[in-house]
Design a protein around this ligand. Structure first.
Ligand code: FAI
Length: 526
């Protein structure tokens, strides 16, 4: 039964109404300096921790609650007579509830202006100590670190004469240990990223020890293959506009491959938002590669163009829009076998159309432009960490290297092709025209083979490559790749440049009379 609660919060949002409700339940309130002051100002009777410990809060708040009067009250087992006798002997009262949020270490070090001293002062000591004590003794103590738990715990108190169930206490304790682990992980990451000069701004992006914190969204029936187990975890701090913010409106549970492909589709389609050649963009993904990408005046037009690139591969694909999916698009897509359909929103008409196709997984994701801090790739016994490929080369950064200048429409097609190539597994060759992909060659070990594959795909789909633009995710090492794409029908090519044989490749472009652009940026994708 909760008789006494200790409240000590750095972020004081919502604490007054919660403390008031506890008081109305007849629960005695104990609190640290700043929190106690706020509660007293709001006419709540509150006992200051300093009057409990008979010690002033000292050393600029470094020592407030680190005292047996507090930790004895939190840690004593109520069902151990020796523990209760020890409390009695030393005049210690039990503390049955702890409400805490810690000094904002993460928020502090995220600031550009943070000094080493600021960071160190924001390492909470007393808070985690109390949290760990209360969580360890969860059978007798209720511990809250998150305002979202205030209302349900209050409801339980009211319904059960101030008793909180063991189930709730255990769930709250698990949250605490995850939180303190993450808090300490962030401190370790920060300190081990600093150099000897302790310069906040010059710290490495890669700490000596890397502590990651993710929370589980779901376990899946299986992983990439049925004999593998799998789960999906999301960042503790949401990434604006990222896949993990999805809301599933209908359909079966997402599988491991669904989520991986949905991420490729969403990241690719998002890259066409803004000034990227059309009001709407549509991406169709199959096995992590785009099998159709297009822009159009409407979602339907973009979809129909994207679908034309490779209708047979689009079967059972993952489709993403960067605009709301309306009834017109939904009507046509519903005739195709689609695993997952993603859009920033779905109109009521679109939802109604898919309601009779419950197998289709509909994901709503708010658009946003943030990138993950890091990309990770697990290798045997280790982890590769890199910054994400968030670069979009501007037209002004590109260089025409051929004698012939591209026409404005060739320029548009090349910009479009370049955006798509970034999302195609290497070696990537992408033919495009008029805001749609015509042939995509992906994942071949030889660039020439990718070029051949792209032509074959276009031919299979009945699409002409004559006068098309072609993008290559990395430079052509020899002229043979360029010869293949020009013979395939391309009238212009966009590629990073940077080969030791660039002169030879430029001469080949001039010989063919095509326009060629160097971006100076490579987009390998493995
Ligand atoms: N030193 C201590 O004994 C101590 N005990 C609690 N705190 C923290 O002090 C903060 C609340 O302080 P105040 O109520 O004075 O505003 C909380 O974030 C709490 O986690 C402490 N501060 C830092 O370690």
């Amino acid at each position: 039964m909760i008789r006494t609660a200790l409240l000590s919060v750095s972020d004081k949002n919502g604490i007054v109404p919660f403390a008031k409700a506890l008081h109305e339940q007849g629960i005695k309130l104990i609190s640290t300096g700043g929190t106690a002051k706020l509660l007293a100002e709001n006419n709540l009777p509150v006992v200051e921790v300093s009057s409990l410990t008979k010690f002033p809060e000292m050393l600029d708040g470094r020592v407030k609650t680190l005292h047996p009067m507090v930790h004895g009250g939190l840690l004593a087992r109520r069902d151990f007579p020796e523990h209760m006798a020890a409390l009695k002997e030393h005049g210690i009262d039990t503390i049955d509830m702890l409400v805490i949020n810690l000094y904002p270490f993460n928020e502090t070090v995220a600031k550009e202006s943070c000094s080493f001293e600021d960071a160190v002062e924001n390492i909470d000591i007393g808070g985690p100590a109390m949290l760990r004590a209360a969580a360890k003794n969860h059978q007798d103590v209720t511990v809250l670190i998150s305002p979202e738990d205030y209302a349900p715990v209050l409801a339980e108190l009211k319904a059960n004469q101030n008793v909180v169930s063991y189930k709730t206490n255990l769930a709250l304790a698990k949250k605490v240990f995850a939180h303190t682990a993450q808090y300490d992980g962030a401190i370790a990451n920060y300190l081990s990223a600093l150099g000897d000069d302790l310069d906040h701004k010059a710290r490495s992006s890669y700490p000596e020890t890397l502590h990651l914190a993710f929370e589980k969204v779901q376990e899946m029936r299986y992983g990439e293959n049925p004999h593998q187990s799998a789960a999906f975890y999301k960042d503790i701090y949401p990434v604006d506009g990222a896949l993990a913010n999805y809301k599933q409106l209908q359909g079966k549970e997402l599988s491991y491959n669904n989520i991986a492909d949905a991420d490729s589709a969403w990241e690719c389609v998002k890259s066409f938002t803004g000034n990227a050649g059309g009001a709407a963009a549509c991406v169709i993904i199959k096995h992590a590669n785009p099998c159709g990408v297009a822009v159009g005046a409407t979602a339907l037009e973009a979809y129909e163009k994207a679908f034309k690139t490779d209708p047979s591969s689009a079967f059972g694909g993952i489709i993403a829009f960067n605009v709301p999916c309306d009834g017109a698009a939904a009507q046509v897509i519903s005739k195709q076998f689609v695993e997952v359909l993603i859009a920033p929103s779905f109109s009521d008409e679109a939802k109604a159309i898919f309601s009779i196709k419950q197998n289709v997984r509909l994901l709503e994701i708010p658009l946003g432009s943030a990138f993950n801090n890091f990309d990770f790739k697990r290798v045997g016994g280790g982890l590769l960490v890199q910054s994400p490929d968030s670069k979009n080369v501007l037209q002004s950064e590109m260089r025409v290297v051929s004698q012939r200048q591209p026409t404005p429409s060739e320029m548009n097609d090349m910009m479009f092709a370049w955006r798509v190539a970034k999302f195609v597994k290497s070696n990537a060759i992408v033919y495009c025209a008029n805001g749609m992909t015509l042939g995509i060659g992906a994942g071949q070990m030889s660039r020439v083979d990718s070029a051949r594959m792209a032509s074959i795909k276009a031919e299979n789909a009945g699409l002409s490559l004559k006068g098309s633009a072609v993008a290559s995710d990395a430079f052509f090492p020899f002229r043979d790749g360029l010869d293949v794409v020009v013979n395939g029908g391309a009238s212009c090519a966009i590629q990073p440049g940077g080969s030791m044989r660039d002169d030879e490749i430029i001469a080949a472009a001039n010989e063919h009379g095509i326009a060629m652009i160097f971006t100076g940026t490579r987009h390998f994708r493995h």
